[in-house]
Each structure stands twice: as structure tokens, then as C-alpha cells.
Design a binder for this molecule. Sequence first.
Ligand SMILES: *[C@@H]1O[C@H](CO)[C@@H](O)[C@H](O)[C@H]1NC(C)=O
Ligand SMILES: *[C@@H]1O[C@H](CO)[C@@H](O)[C@H](O)[C@H]1NC(C)=O
Length: 887
Amino acid sequence: MHHSSPSSSPRFLTKSMDFIVFLNIEDLHVPCSFPFFLISFFHFLSDMKSISKSLIFALCCCTFTMSTFHVLGENSPEPEPVPFLLSCGGKEITDSDGRNWIPDGEFLASSDSRDDTEAATAPYPDPLLPSPVPYMNARIFRSSSTTYKFPVFSKSRLWLRLHFYPTTYGDHDPFRAYFSVAANGITLLNNFSAAVTAKAITQAYILREFSLMPVVSGDLNLTITPCKESYAFINGIEVIPMPDIFQKPVAIVGYRDEPLDLRGSTLQTMFRLNIGGEFIAPQEDSGLTRTWYEDLPYLSSTSIGATSRANKDVTIRYTEEVTADIAPLNVYSTARTMGPYSKINLKHNLTWIFQVDADFTYVVRLHFCEYQLSRIKERVFDIFLNNQTAQRGADVIEWSGSMGKPVYKDYAVFVSGLPGAGEIRVELHPTISTTRKLNRYDAILNGLEVFKANDTNENLAGRNPVPSEMLTNAEEAYKQHQASGSNVEEMVAGGVASSAVLIALVVFVKKKKDNVSASKTVNLLPIDGSSHRKSGSTGSFVNIAAGLCRHFSLSEIKNGTKNFDESQVIGVGGFGKVYKGTIDGGTKVAIKRSNPSSEQGVDEFQNEIEMLSKLRHRHLVSLIGFCEEAGEMILVYDYMANGTLREHLYKTDKPPLSWKQRLEICVGAASGLHYLHTGARYPIIHRDVKTTNILVDENWIAKVSDFGLSKCGSTLTQTHYSTMVKGSFGYLDPEYFRRQQLTDKSDVYSFGVVLFEVLCARPVLDSNLPKEQVSLADYVQHCQRRGTLRRMIDPHIKGEMNPECFKVFADVAGKCISDNGIDRPSMGDVLWNLEFCLQLQENPGGVDMANDTHIATLSVDEEIVDDEVYSPRLAPVFSMIADPRGR
Ligand SMILES: *[C@@H]1O[C@H](CO)[C@@H](O)[C@H](O)[C@H]1NC(C)=O
Ligand SMILES: *[C@@H]1O[C@H](CO)[C@@H](O)[C@H](O)[C@H]1NC(C)=O
């Protein structure tokens, strides 16, 4: 077979494997594919310590050359071009990373089976798809089992990636597709529904990655079998040779006996996270095209620790053991630690939680690299997997030998539980030393992967996830709404079906609330609208949102607001007026009615619906529904009984908020903004953070509102905002004027102004004051330089404020309003510091450690300026605290 080979991907000659194996070069940890082979030899060369190794090397080179001749001379079958990237049901196409995808037709085993399939095209690209290739085409398997045959001969493992985009192909309902997939007899997916799975994880597409065992004889057969009365589909298939990263036996946590030998097992990648760092796209992973995600959604919210990045003066280098095959260097150059405050660290575990299928064995691979500390016993911690000790006294420097050297550790754990309901908890806690007093109690993690191993029945398939009740209810409501073929108004008018809808809707709204308040910091509620869109949609965004939030009729809105009576107005913004209202005979809501004359409104309306429908968080205002009728654009939100933060700060007859209440509101708002910046796949910049956009509900829970101006980071580069200044004066990032560019640090700046507004309880711009005091941001900076900030504190709270708490608060707020974005902390760091403030305020004496006087007596000041512990190598968030006097 002849296929054009992908230009940017590593080519792989099957025969080259032979002499690598023959030379036993694997033992030297040289990866298998040709270019890596050479590169690794250079690494190897630079690391060589003994003459004997040079001898081996010389020998290798020599044999290598001979083998090359040997291979070329032999009348061998022509080497197959791998990787294979199949665009199923599509044409040959190059994706945006320059990878070439070829049609799948000739890989189908026989023409018979091809006849039972059809090529199909997706009706529209979901905005959440990472790229149109390979998702916009699909092959549909109508009923019988069909096999793809890949002529690979590989002594290395293979990565198999399966891509699914559940949408309506022709007249095939995505929710009717249930099928199984097997590779050379191993069941990979069984009774699998891509639509249900995608919905449950709020993705538009599903990507499954498996590590298959070497195929040393015959072909790689991939069999797709639709379930009874169902059909199957697939959009893309990748078959890529991979370095063997599963050679070492892995100790099973909780069992002393035999370690797990993975060499005979097929594995599925479950999670791959760049801990404390950013998303790493496939093309940034050295030709191995792995995707590394952010870890924040998996962190347990009790303590999110602190993220950091290696300073430029620390070089992170691969070792013989850890090469680019294991992870890209980017993974090792960022980390999450518990933070600089030992006594707080001792009270918590740094915890990540993963939902997995029960009744399987999982391999948890933890990646470490120490770039802040250089000596052993400086950061020693225990690692727990599912409440069992996986490792005592982990010391990254002791493992790696020095700073900047990465290491990884594998632990296997068997997950039992109810079918489909397993979880993996990875917990880190500082080791409490009995023999020697440590001056730091902390833990670190840089990267994490979770792989599932096939069970003894050669099966890897789990159950389809159960979408949350809230989604099911919303979907039901939507379906009935569709079935009745009318708008909500008519349904309300009569009929049994309509009351069912209303009940469902009420349950939906209620469930949503319950669900949200049950979660703490990061709440990725499963929301996905793609499955509700109909094919041939005319692009009306109503379809986008209809499955997620309620569609109101204009008369419902009019009834609820006394026909937009002025007495109901609770706010006026650029968009229009906000009314207080009621729906369903009593539920209080806030109703935002666009100003019919505002042209910008249409975009912002659509933007806000799309944005809010996808984003759910305890500290973001929830959208309940919308109304698009007779030219009206109306949004319906949860009612925030206590109004805006500003109306509790100044120029008000409301009682002043206590300092603790203010701190809690700031922590909540920071958490909402942090979620916007990191919780979605692309950072979302709020662009108009101010005290009137931070609302407070009846329980004094802060919620960030007004996403009309928000934009996704991904579109930022294309759409320049230089033409129109948005946001509010007094809060606007000065860097924005210089560089005409909004970043997440612009929100951090505005939030810093909010923090000072909360501290000082005065307007951000007050033209009645002397000139140098008009701008709050300028004036507090001036005061901070002169050390007079204390005088600015709102007299109502001065007395109750803990001085340490004030110091941390003022430091972080001051950093937020730094002139240059690069000097400002991330929203996550701000959140961390505010949470710390709150702890200091609530618990000023600190933690008493009965057996450890050192810690008990360590004041925050000492801890902060302990140079030995906090060397200048630390990342910005720490240096910010480490040197409160500024640079
Ligand atoms: C940390 O996790 C381990 C294992 O689950 C548990 O035994 C321990 O109590 C936890 N420690 C804290 C401080 O939460
Ligand atoms: C996976 O299946 C193979 C047989 O194909 C078996 O030898 C191996 O033990 C299985 N792995 C596990 C972890 O049970």
C-alpha cells in the first residue's frame, strides 16, 4: 500500500525496529523511532560516565551502520508508512497542524462490509470542537460488524486514538448509536454511546487513546460492531507507534506481593495533566501528539495550593530515564505545591479526584521535578492513593539527584466499587518527621497520568456515564417542548403535557441550585448543548441554548415584571434595564431587557447566552432562561437578594459589611473569576470586573455577573479590541492603553481595584477629592509606597481587622494593580492569598502543633522572610509574599 506520508510526524520504518531490538538498545532507554534514536544518542553521549559505555556506543554505531546496509540490501517487504491517520468517511485532508489524514475506504477489510457503511458529513461544527479535522466527516456502520485492517508490523507498542463527534448524520439520531470496538481481540469499547458520554463530560467530542501491544504477526484489526437495533459511527482513527513507556513492573498499592507487569496489557489513557501548568496541545509534544490538560478541574476544593513555574536560571534537562518520550519539558517546568505556609499545609492534603470505571486496575504515573529546592529533606511528603499509602517520605531531590532533573513514579491501584462508580483520589501530605525538625512542610507534583489496564477478560470497556439528573431533566423538558411543537406560552395554556414540562423545569432550576451549592470551588457541571441541536439548523442561537436553559414567552416576562413597570427596575446598564420579576407564580428572578436601540446588544446577547449556558459555577450568576420574541432580547437570571457589592460599601443606608463578610465575598468573586480564566478550555476574560458586577445572594454568596463583554481567549488573537474600549473607567488596566491588548491580567488589575474599594469603602473615581486622590488605584499605590495605607482603611472595619491579614490583603491587592501585567499574580494566586487572609482573620493564633514548637511559634513574618527556605528562585507568587517591601 502506498500512502502519502504525513510531513510533520515522525516516520517510522518497521525494519529499523529489528536492529534496535537486536542491539538491545532499549536497555539504554533509547526510544525506537529513527530520529529519536539519533537524538537520544547525543543525550546519551553527553551523559556518558564510563569508558565501557563509550565502547558500547562505538559498537552500536558500527552495527547500526552495518544493519542499515543489511536492511536496505534485503529483499524485504516495503516498509509501511505509519502513523496512519484516517479521516473516516472523508477525503485526504491536512489539519491545521500539518498532519495529513487519509480516507479510510481501503482499510475496510472487504467490499462486503464496506457496503454496509456510508460516508457522512456533520451538519455543523460545534464551537467546542478542537478542529474540524477529523470531526466533520464520519463513517456510519449500519448494522453488521466491520473491520479495519492496518498492515502494521511493530515491535513497539502502538497508540490507537479513536475520535467521535456525536451529532446528527443524515437522519441518524446520535443518541441511538450504541456500539463496541475491539482491537485484535481486546474489547476497547462496549455498548458505547458517544452522545451520552459527551453529554456527561460536557464535551462536543470524544477522544479515546489506547496503548496497544506490539503487533508482531498479522495485521492490526479494529472491529466496530453496532449493538442490536442501533448503528455505529467513527470520525477519525490514528495508529501511531509509541515508545514503550510501560516496561517497568509497577507496585500495586496495598499489596506486598507481585508487582504488576504491564508488558502484556493493553492500556487506556484516562487522564493526562500538566499539574500547575497550562494546556499542552498535541503539536507541542515532540511529535508524540499527546494532549496535556490543566489539573484545576480535578482538584478537591478544600485547598488548591499554589502554582509555580521554573525560573529561567534553572535548566530542566532530560535524563537517561526521563526523555521526551515520557513527557515534554513544559510538564516539568510547572508544578503545584501546597504553598509557603507550613502550618496550614499540615492541616490539609493536596488532593485530586478522578472519576473512573470500577473493577479495573489503574496505573497512576506521577511526574516530578524540583526546580525551587536543591537539597534532600527539604520537601518530603507522603503519597496516598484511594486512602492507602502509596509512598512514604517522597523526596524529589533524593530520587532525581539534583535540581532540574525530572523523575516519574508509577503506582498501580485496583478500583472497586459499584459498577461505573469508581474514583481515584491522589493525595499528598507533608511527611511529619519524628527524628528531625523540618522547617518546611510542603509537597509538589508536576504532572500526572492515569492509565486503565485491561482486565483478565481482555476487556477495557466501562459503562456509559450517567449524565447528571439536572441534564436529564432539562433534556426531557426540551424534548417535550419540541414534541408539542409550540412555545412555552401555549403549553402553559393547557394540557397535561404542559404541566409535566413545568414540573420538569422547576425541578431543573431547583436541581441546578442544589447541585451548585453542593460543590465548592471548581464545579464543572455537565452542560452541553450540542446534542440538542437539530440538523439543518438555520444557525439560530436559540437552538444552542434551548436544551440548557428555559425559553420564556414575552407574555410570561411581561406578567412577571408588571409589563416592565419602572417600579421593578433594579439596575440600568449599557445593555438596557434590569427588572426584578417573578416566574412560575413566585420564583424571584432578575430580568435583563436589552435596549431595542442598542446595536451591540445582539452580539452581546448571544454571547452571554452561549457563555453562561456553558459555564456553571457557584460564584457565577446562573442564567435561568431567555426570551427572544418580537425583537426583544431578554435574559432571565437567578435573583440576587442582596444586590451588588457596591451598594453595601458606600453611599448607602445599608449597614456596613464586616471585614470577614467582605473577605468572604472577595474570595467568592476571585474563585468565580479564576474559574473563568482556567475552568474552560480557553481562558475567558471578563473584561468588566467591578463592584457592581459582583452580586450577593440571600446567603451572602458572591456571584460574578455580566458576561456580555466576555470573550474567549481563543478568539482574542483574531479579534482585536483596539477599536472599542470596553470596561469601566477607574478599573481599566493601564497596560491595555499601552498595548491595546486585553489579557486575563486585565481582570486581575480590575479585581485589585475592587479589593481596595472593599478595603477603603470609597468610589474608584471621586472627583470631589483633591487631585492626587481622585483615582483610588493611583492613590493607594502612593500610600503603599509611603507606608500610609492603613489610614485609608474603612473606619467601620479597622478595629476588627487582624494586622497579619491586612498585610497579606494589601500585598496581594497591591500586586494586582501593578503597572505591568507580568508583575501581577494570576487569579489562582489571588484566590489562594485571599483564602489565606480569611484563615488568618478567623484563626489569628495559627495552628498549635503539640509536638512541634518550631512551627507553633513561627510567626507569619518569620515564615515569610525565611530566606533559607524561600530562596530567590521561587516563582512570582511566592516572591511576592517573600518580599513584602517590593522589588
Ligand atoms: C490525607 O489523606 C490520607 C489518606 O486518605 C488520610 O488518611 C489523612 O487523614 C489525610 N490528612 C488530612 C490532613 O486530611
Ligand atoms: C490483560 O490481558 C492480557 C491478555 O491479553 C493478560 O495477560 C493480562 O494479565 C491482562 N492485564 C491485567 C492487568 O489483568
